[in-house]
Design a protein around this ligand. Structure first.
Ligand code: G4P
Length: 313
């Protein structure tokens, strides 16, 4: 599976971000705590290499707390980077976020030297919710100012704290297969990109290997019998449990898949994180090897073609 997800507005967003990066002091990247690596934008890392960065692991209320701690340590070990975990229900989220920014760039304060922050995140990670929390009763100051693009917003959180908001963007090509599935499971990649049954089966395959007891509990499956079920057997069970049936009592797999994904997105199965730093490393390695093999094959075919006379069709 390869998701190619690069519609025009994301290309525009990339240009806007490159332009804005020239005049900000630091970058906040909002991530989904359930898939911190998959929701990270590799392009942003490249573009903003020299800027201090704050990674927000948002939706921590839905994520596995042990894994969140591991991910925070992983991000904090990167140069010039801090990371905090938040969730929308956390009333102090805005204050924590602002404090973390101030700590990261302590020399920018006072009206003469406002702290200028760019906030980015792929769609659905909760960026708007966080911004609204930071704004409180203040109204958003939008576009139509010199130097501010229409798609962009400049928000004055304090006289000396300016936040630039950019529209969501994803990367040109998702090369790590698992990240495509994880983004789809979280709802960040739209319905059209991948079919729900495939996404639900991938999710169930991960859950049965890493969160079996949560699955068993949520769907009241016999512990012994279900401990060896495959992903499709789980989907069938969920379909039966949730009454996703077609006439004649056959399973409506599409409906069962939708139920599974909704349960996951709402945190009904439990607090789950779909990747660890170690797993991510392995997936990345596998993807790179696959890319390299494809490239080598292509080169070999090209070389073979050059050595052969053109064939007539
Ligand atoms: P975006 O700007 O990054 O695209 O995301 P947005 O804030 O619109 O949030 C996307 C969805 O995620 C919203 O739910 C929002 O309520 C939810 N959300 C944001 N932050 C958190 C969080 O920390 N924890 C949890 N559990 N949910 C969070 P929605 O169903 O699309 O809308 P609604 O239910 O708020 O109406």
């Amino acid at each position: 599976m390869a998701i190619q997800w690069y519609p025009g507005h994301m290309h525009k967003a990339k240009k806007a971000i490159i332009e804005r990066l020239k005049s900000v002091d630091m970058v906040i990247e909002v991530l989904d705590a359930r898939l911190p690596a998959s929701s990270e934008n590799p392009l942003l890392a490249k573009l903003s290499a020299d800027k201090p960065k704050l990674k927000i692991l948002n939706k921590q209320d839905l994520a596995d707390p042990e894994r969140t701690a591991v991910w925070l340590a992983e991000f904090q070990s990167r140069p010039n980077t801090n990371a905090i975990a938040l969730d929308a229900s956390d009333r102090g989220a805005a204050a924590k976020l602002i404090e973390a920014c101030r700590k990261l760039v302590p020399n920018r304060k006072g009206v003469d030297k406002p702290l200028r922050v760019l906030i980015c995140g792929i769609p659905n990670v909760g960026k708007s919710t966080l911004i609204n929390g930071m704004l409180g009763k203040k109204s958003a100051k939008t576009g139509n100012e010199p130097g501010i693009t229409k798609a962009e917003q400049r928000l004055f959180l304090a006289d000396d704290f300016w936040l630039y908001d950019t529209p969501g963007m994803l990367w040109p090509k998702i090369i790590v297969e698992e990240s495509g599935y994880n983004l789809a499971a979280s709802g960040a990649v739209g319905r059209n990109a991948l079919d729900e049954e495939t996404v639900a089966l991938e999710l169930l395959d991960y859950l049965r290997r890493h969160y079996l007891s949560l699955l068993q509990e949520r769907y009241q499956a016999d512990r012994d019998a279900s401990s060896h079920w495959r992903d499709d057997e789980w989907l069938e069970w969920i379909g039966r449990k949730r009454g996703a049936l077609l006439p004649g009592g056959r399973i409506n797999y599409q409906k069962a898949a939708e139920n599974t994904l909704t349960d996951f997105r709402d945190g009904q199965i439990g607090r789950i994180t779909l990747e660890t730093p170690q797993q991510w490393e392995n997936w990345l390695k596998k993807a790179r090897q696959h890319e390299a093999a494809l490239k080598a094959e292509r080169e070999a075919r090209k070389a073979a073609r050059k050595g052969q006379p053109l064939q007539e069709h």
